[in-house]
Design a protein around this ligand. Structure first.
Ligand code: GDP
Length: 526
């Protein structure tokens, strides 16, 4: 197959949801269709059970599960589908944000009972920022949920994206009859616990077909006719370009656990979702069919075995062909590496691969050479953009409790930060170090790992900080002035970028008003 054909074949996407909306269940059904797994129950939830945990190792074990399922590739209808799982737990939100930089589109699962939940809002913000195409799956129609029109309104209102229903539910909960496909005008009748993977939908020439009453009863038939007329009027045909631009989200209704509405979703996904997209390397756009190999690291997973400090770096291929055994250029280190070990993630198994193509995710064994955001090429220079750090939400000062182990502490902190476990900010004054995280849990993780992997003992002390703001200005002099006047609050991030550490929201607002020439950014890329 030619490079162009390989690219055409690939679809790389992530599933996002608030915990419990049905992400794991939907993933499993998609894998069943792909023949990647044989029976239900094979996909482990990556949920972190906060109540059941007794210590940190437990969490790590639970995280181990999420690693095993973090990339799942399968073939379906001639396409190679790379599905990236995202941790739903909010303490690992950064991980999810970064995973979203490696996908070309997203399927968002929403619980029809609970509607749009907070984690979905946050994740959607990242998708909006990146203009990632989103398809929405409204799940659990077998339960008494909210009115479908209200759900659509809520998605538009809370998620800031226009919707376009492609299927429509008939009844809900106990009276749920099935869904009507607005784009291929077929009717699919609901059966609970569908064992068979797929039954043909009933094609209706139009909704005046008298069989409709027979299938779903008079009342539902009348309602559906009314709904369908209104929806077709309101939405018309789907504007696929608007979807690809991230302006419109097609919506499907179904019930993942009953394997209902999943095939429609998958089929539509294959029809409209983008093939691997172009990405920005510095100031230039690299197309997937650019002949030379390029890719970037978006996730690092460390030591399943603490005795050997081996890690797996997850690399998204952006262009060209990857060949195992070749030498590739690590642009940050300005060094060539021979990549002799690479794995693909086929559903549940890892297997060694010899070649891979744009859209694919491969795992590289790493002994500490990679950090998140690193770019590998065939020799050309440049760095893929789009893996920003987001301002953390909780900050603590790191206190070294064992002066004899200062070197180990430095090394440990650097490596953990390279993995993206947390963000480190070095204050300009004194040698204070602040660690910023999204969720409390990370402090436990860091403390434990520093101790057990590096022999360093630290304590974390609370800090009164609201946000880390990356700063810039058109006016160098003003920036210098600002830094001098706010010296106590200036720090540098891992790349040496300047950061203003704001103590409170009100104070930040005041500083912003007083220094209009300074730009304050909440992510490291601007
Ligand atoms: P995740 O946290 O988003 O991965 O959610 P899960 O896939 O683990 O699902 C959470 C719960 O919702 C589980 O108990 C599922 O069995 C249940 N669930 C998933 N899909 C459906 C559905 O269509 N209907 C109903 N009633 N329950 C569902």
């Amino acid at each position: 197959m030619s490079l162009a054909q390989e690219i055409d074949k690939r679809r790389t996407f992530g599933i996002i949801s608030h915990p419990d909306a049905g992400k794991t269940t939907l993933t499993e059904k998609l894998l069943l269709f792909g023949g990647a797994i044989q029976k239900a129950g094979a996909v482990k939830s990556n949920k972190i059970d906060m109540h059941a945990r007794s210590d940190w190792m437990d969490i790590e074990k639970q995280r181990g599960i999420s690693v095993a399922t973090s990339v799942m590739a399968f073939e379906y209808e001639g396409k190679r589908i790379n599905l990236l799982d995202t941790p739903g737990h909010q303490d690992f939100a950064e991980d999810t944000y970064r995973t979203l930089t490696a996908v070309d589109s997203v399927i968002m699962v929403i619980d029809c009972v609970k509607g749009v939940e907070i984690q979905t809002e946050k994740l959607m913000e990242v998708c909006r920022m990146r203009k990632t195409p989103v398809i929405s799956f409204i799940n659990k129609l077998d339960r008494e949920g909210q009115d479908p029109y209200d759900l659509l309104d809520e998605i538009e209102g809370k998620l800031g994206i226009n919707v376009h229903p492609l299927s429509w539910p008939i009844g809900m909960g106990k009276s749920f009859q099935g869904v009507y496909s607005l784009y291929d005008k077929s009717l699919r009748l609901f059966k609970a616990k569908q064992q068979q993977l797929h039954e043909e939908a009933t094609k209706l020439e139009d909704l005046d077909d008298p069989r409709l009453e027979e299938f779903i009863g008079e009342a539902h038939a009348a309602q559906l006719r009314e709904d369908a007329e209104m929806l077709l009027d309101l939405y018309g045909p789907l504007d696929v370009d608007a979807y690809l631009n991230g302006d419109v989200a097609p919506v499907f209704f179904g019930s993942a656990v009953n394997n209902f509405g999943v095939k429609e979703l998958l089929d539509a996904f294959l029809q409209i979702s983008p093939r691997p997209i172009a990405r920005m390397m510095d100031e230039r756009e690299v197309l997937p069919d650019h002949k030379a190999f390029t890719g970037f690291v978006f996730k690092i997973h460390a030591n399943m075995d603490p005795k050997h400090r081996n890690r797996i770096a997850f690399l998204r291929i952006c262009s060209g062909k990857f060949e195992r055994g070749s030498n590739y250029y690590h642009t940050r280190q300005d060094k060539k590496f021979r990549i002799s070990q690479a794995t693909a993630f086929m559903a549940q198994d890892k297997e060694t691969i010899d070649e891979a193509y744009p859209g694919d995710i491969i795992g590289l064994y790493d002994t500490g050479n990679f950090k998140i955001g690193d770019t590998l090429t065939d020799g050309e220079n440049g760095v893929y953009r789009g893996i920003p750090s987001f301002s953390p939400e909780i900050f603590r000062e790191v206190i070294n409790k064992d002066a004899m182990k200062t070197k180990q502490l430095e090394k440990g902190l650097t490596q953990l930060m390279d993995e993206g476990v947390a963000q480190l900010f070095n204050f300009e004054l004194g040698s204070r170090k602040a660690v910023g995280v999204v969720g409390q849990l990370q402090f436990e993780v860091i403390q434990h790992r520093l101790k057990h992997e590096y022999g360093a003992t630290v304590e974390f002390v609370g800090m009164q900080l609201y946000k880390a703001c990356w700063i810039s200005s058109q006016d160098e002099k003003k920036l210098d002035e600002f830094i001098r006047s706010k010296q106590r609050h200036i720090a540098k991030d891992k790349d040496g970028k300047l950061v203003f550490m704001a103590e409170s929201k009100a104070w930040l607002q005041m500083v912003q008003d007083n220094f209009p020439e300074i730009e304050f950014h909440f992510t490291s890329e601007f």
